[in-house]
Design a protein around this ligand. Structure first.
Ligand code: KIV
Ligand code: ZN
Length: 521
């Protein structure tokens, strides 16, 4: 594979779809506030386009896309729409207030999708391409059209669709590997084929959107860039349905580290990659695998004696990226219990937080309590504490007190006081274990019927006094939410996480989806 110059310039646009393709994966649902937090960070990170959601999918999606459109300062804000006018109008309305509004409309073009999913023939699909793109272009300047399942589409038909979409006003043409089936050489050839055969191809930016079913999403996207694509669609930590999408951090760092072979630029501030990874992992409850490239816990750890020896002599022996280049700092021991407000504020701003006065006072009070309990307070402890403060600020149900009794020969029991919409409720209930007793007492105080899909405990830092970070995923009628809680006591963190998930479910119930959707990821 060699670089195809047909792509005109060396700037590769990063289109982030964490909030759309990523968020649609089961269990990754985010609340309104979490979506805003992620969107703000993506904008600071320097992504070119934020695909903020699928506005017709639900009132919640529409509101999140609208608010993101209003607040994002630099990136284009994009809403997804199927080929129908109703979808496109809703997406147009949601992104209306963005500095750079974009509508992303798509339709399947492969024989298998056209026959079994759409029940449409080739001419009907072509008609829909022309009509949907022209309609979207009447609403906004930036129109992106995607050929869903492009990698399994007949070449002649794909060329006709792409040419028509561009003629109808599409400014970006996206070529998805929807089912993650392509190989890098094949994907390179597909993009190169479009550059060779579509007469008006130079009038649009060509994009890749590769799924990771064979673990080839990043390799395929980079092959697409070498063939002339100048937009890569990706997600933080590679989240997305099934095996996910191309991981943004891997695309960005591969382009940066191997500029000798891939002479392209992105606008990404790589120093925020680690922070973005942690945020997305926290809000979705999807852990980052330890050996994940760029952002995994072990990505910069050297265990074997030979490697450690080499590193001590010269870091270049085993390190191709400096950890600080992606925002991983050496674990720093920070403030202690004697630290004052000023030092705490400085630390927060180094970590990228700016809290309003009341939130700052609350965070400071909790920091002092933590420093009393814990020998050493690390940066990660502060991040967990502040994130916990932010996520629980909106809660309708609040844990006021918790007492847990457990041991050998006694049935575990939990006594809890909850404040439910201002009203205090208290009960004591037993369970099969301490955590089960806690979850039972919550169900007793606030009766509900949901499926517990995930209960996960992670230590924020090392040591037995480390804060526990607990994630709880609940499911009700197909809606899933992930709650989080952090505390030096794992049982308290578990109660916080369950109640946080319950609060999110209440918000979701109030923003029910208007219509069921059957959409590709
Ligand atoms: O994977 C896919 O084909 C998609 C489209 C909607 C772009 O996500
Ligand atoms: Zn997709």
């Amino acid at each position: 594979m060699t670089t195809n110059n047909a792509g005109q310039n060396n700037r590769v646009r990063i289109f982030d779809t964490t909030l759309r393709d990523g968020e649609q994966s089961p269990g990754a649902a985010m609340t309104f506030e979490e979506k805003l937090e992620v969107a703000d960070l993506l904008d600071n990170l320097g992504v070119d386009v934020i695909e903020a959601g699928f506005p017709i999918a639900s009132v919640g999606d529409f509101e999140a896309v609208s608010e993101i459109a209003r607040r994002v300062k630099n990136a284009s804000v994009c809403g997804l729409a199927r080929a129908g006018f109703k979808d496109i109008d809703r997406a147009g309305e949601a992104v209306r207030n963005a500095k750079r509004p974009r509508i992303h409309t798509f339709i399947s073009t492969s024989p298998v999708h056209m026959k079994h999913k759409l029940n449409m023939g080739a001419n009907a699909v072509l008609d829909a391409v022309g009509a949907s793109v022209s309609h979207a272009r009447n609403l906004v300047e930036e129109v992106q059209w995607s050929a869903e399942d492009a990698t399994r589409t007949e070449h002649d038909f794909l060329c006709r669709c792409v040419e028509l979409a561009i003629r109808s006003g599409a400014t970006t043409i996206n070529i998805p590997d929807t089912v993650g089936y392509a190989t890098p050489q094949e994907f390179f050839e597909l993009i190169a084929m479009l550059f060779n055969r579509v007469p008006n191809i130079d009038k649009a930016v060509i994009a890749t959107h590769c799924h990771n079913d064979l673990g080839l999403a990043v390799a395929n996207s980079l092959a697409g860039v070498l063939a002339g694509a100048r937009q890569v669609e990706c997600t933080i930590n590679g989240i997305g349905e099934r095996a996910g999408n191309a991981a943004l951090e891997e695309i960005v760092m591969a382009l940066r580290v191997r500029r000798d072979r891939m002479p392209f630029e992105t606008g990404i501030d790589a120093k925020l990659l680690s922070k973005a990874s942690k945020l997305v992992s926290n809000v979705t409850g999807f852990p980052v695998q330890y050996n994940k490239a760029i952002v995994g816990k072990n990505a910069f750890s050297h265990e074997s004696g030979i490697h450690q020896d080499g590193m001590l002599k010269n870091v270049e022996t085993y390190e191709i990226i400096r950890p600080e280049d992606v925002g991983v700092s050496a674990t720093s021991l920070i403030l202690g219990k004697l630290s004052g407000r000023h030092a705490f504020k400085d630390k927060l701003s180094q970590l990228g937080y700016e809290l309003a006065d009341a939130a700052f006072e609350d965070a400071f009070r909790r920091f002092k309590a933590l420093a009393d309990k814990k020998k050493s307070v690390f940066d990660d402890d502060i991040v967990a504490l502040v994130d916990d403060e932010i996520i629980r600020a909106q809660d309708i149900i609040v844990v006021k007190s918790l007492k847990v009794m457990t041991g050998v020969g006694i049935p575990p029991s939990a006594e809890m006081t909850l404040i439910v919409e201002g009203e205090e409720k208290k009960a004591e209930v037993t369970g099969d274990g301490a955590v089960d007793a806690i979850f039972n007492v919550i169900r007793e105080l606030y009766p509900h019927s949901v499926n517990l899909q995930l209960y996960q405990v992670k230590a924020v830092t090392e040591g037995t006094d480390a804060q526990a970070h607990v994630s709880v995923r609940l499911e009700e009628d197909g809606r899933t939410v992930t709650g989080r809680g952090a505390d030096t006591d794992t049982l308290v963190a578990s109660a916080y996480a369950y109640v946080n998930a319950l609060n999110k479910l209440l918000v979701k119930r109030r923003k029910q989806a208007p219509e069921a959707l059957n959409v590709a990821k």
